[in-house]
Design a protein around this ligand. Sequence first.
Ligand SMILES: *Cc1c(COP(=O)(O)O)cnc(C)c1O
Length: 230
Amino acid sequence: MNISENLYVVKKNIALAAEKSGRKADDVRLIAVTKTVGCDDVAECIRCGHRDFGENRVQVLQEKLDGLKGLPEFNEINWHLIGHLQSNKVKYCANKVSLIHSVDKISLAQEISRFAQNKGIDVHCLLQLNVSGEESKSGLDPLEINKFIEEFAELKRIYIDGLMTMAPIDADDVFLHKIFAKTRELSVDIDRQKVHNMRMMHLSMGMSGDYECAIEEGATMVRVGTAIFH
Ligand SMILES: *Cc1c(COP(=O)(O)O)cnc(C)c1O
């Protein structure tokens, strides 16, 4: 595994895809997904200058935080929780990450809001949508967005900063473009409603197999694991 070389390649591909959609490489943030690797590989990535990391499970996130807290760069790191989050785990992570990508139901948002108010902090999240309609995927059904918004607008100290989606592993190029484009359209619709605690600044979409396609459709954050750590 040559992390430095892999990072270089992924960043170059990001720049090319961004250019294709008339944007700058800097408009797309690369989140290195570290769920399959240990602290040594994350530390190597940090030495290469990388600062955004994603974990999909709270327990594994905590192991990384414990293992890396001695590094001089530790306080510069942005941690992203990208996997499914259960309400009873909110207290173990909501004050430790920069962004929770996986808010997919109002009960979870309510729990985060309660926690944030108790702690006196603001918690920033993305709304995860199941745009492909795959039954196995988590994410809110787009048909339920309006009901979610109605209840979400009541909540304090939690902010939705954008949308997150995942495409099916076996999707072909045409379907991928459709899913990512649909997600972007939904973000435009939501922004039009001018909800006080929702602003569509980010689109978190794209993984190792489809990040270039996602960027062409407007992704501002890509979550890439295998392409960096292989
Ligand atoms: C694992 C994971 C990724 C990264 O997947 P790769 O195919 O390894 O790039 C992205 N997003 C989520 C939610 C993940 O769980």
